[in-house]
Write a protein that binds this ligand. Structure first.
Ligand code: NDP
Ligand code: 8X3
Length: 251
């Protein structure tokens, strides 16, 4: 059955991979992003391939804008079957006693509060319809801290706790809740983390075959299409030669 899938942060990396893979799966998409131009380009690409797309431009940190955007959905788009809470970022890799407080605030506001805002806006409809699926993009970083990961790791631990909490709170209903925990995925993530130092970002992916946004999207599409009685609660997806958030063997 064709599903209505909302993906936050669909303009790059894992979110873009999810947009393309859910489109290939024949679903209709509500794509969100804060960069109107980038979002328009993604929507044009997918529309030209025959996918029905509804774009929403807002920053997930802006609760009022997020609320207005979701409320503005035309009636035929209001019944969201799958919410992929993907928008997120890491900023910096400094020791916890030297980190930048503004960077910390941005990560907490985006990765935790933004995800919560979207959950609060979309999940009541799922519960009322007794149908739906929330797929949160957590991280291996949420399993254990690594050097310099401190606040980013804490936000992804929070994603794990919030995903588990939501799964408990909707267990009366048929709504399913999944935490996807990627390891090393080559996207714009490290450019953002290192504030545009592309050389430093590139180094992270040398000597190893990193995951791609599409690899994570494949798992998201699988989870969303599992039989109704199957709830994929959590999946850790690592690159080969990566053992956890700290151990990566480069050759
Ligand atoms: P990218 O930087 O490639 O993509 C991040 C996406 O999130 C972009 O579309 C970005 O928009 C959007 N975004 C960021 N902040 C906001 C905001 N405040 N409001 C709306 N959209 C926002 O990185 P990834 O694809 O790698 O990251 C996606 C998710 O995957 C994140 O939650 C990240 O923590 C997680 N993750 C990434 C891993 C990796 O190794 N890459 C591993 C594990 C988890 P814009 O382009 O406008 O900034
Ligand atoms: C992103 C993966 O290991 O860089 O969540 O934190 S890692």
């Amino acid at each position: 059955m064709k599903k209505t899938v909302m993906i936050t942060g669909a303009t790059s990396g894992i979110g873009l991979g999810c947009a393309r893979k859910f489109a290939e799966n024949g679903d209709r998409l509500i794509l969100t992003g804060r960069n109107e131009e980038k979002l328009k380009a993604v929507c044009e690409e997918l529309t030209s391939g025959g996918t029905e797309v509804c774009p929403l431009v807002f920053d997930v940190r802006d609760r009022k804008a997020a609320t207005a955007a979701v409320e503005s959905l035309p009636s035929e788009w209001k019944e969201i079957d799958v919410l992929v809470n993907n928008a997120g970022l890491a900023l910096g890799l400094e020791p916890e006693y030297e980190g930048d407080l503004d960077d910390w605030e941005t990560m907490i506001d985006t990765n935790i509060k933004g995800l919560l805002t979207m959950t609060r806006l979309v999940v009541p409809g799922m519960v009322a319809r007794n149908r739906g699926h929330v797929i949160n993009i957590g991280s291996v970083a949420g399993d254990a801290a690594y050097a310099g990961g401190n606040v980013y790791c804490a936000t992804k631990s929070a994603v794990k706790a919030l995903t588990d909490g939501l799964r408990i709170d909707v267990a009366e209903s048929a709504v399913r809740v999944t935490n996807l925990k990627p390891g090393l995925v080559e996207t714009n993530f490290s450019n953002v983390r290192f504030h545009g130092d592309t050389g430093r970002a590139k180094k992270l992916y040398t000597g190893i075959d990193p995951l791609t946004g599409d690899d994570i999207a494949d798992v998201a599409v699988y989870a969303a299409n599992a039989p109704a009685h199957v709830q994929i609660a959590e999946v850790l997806i690592l690159a080969t030669h990566q053992a956890n958030g700290s151990v990566i063997v480069r050759k």
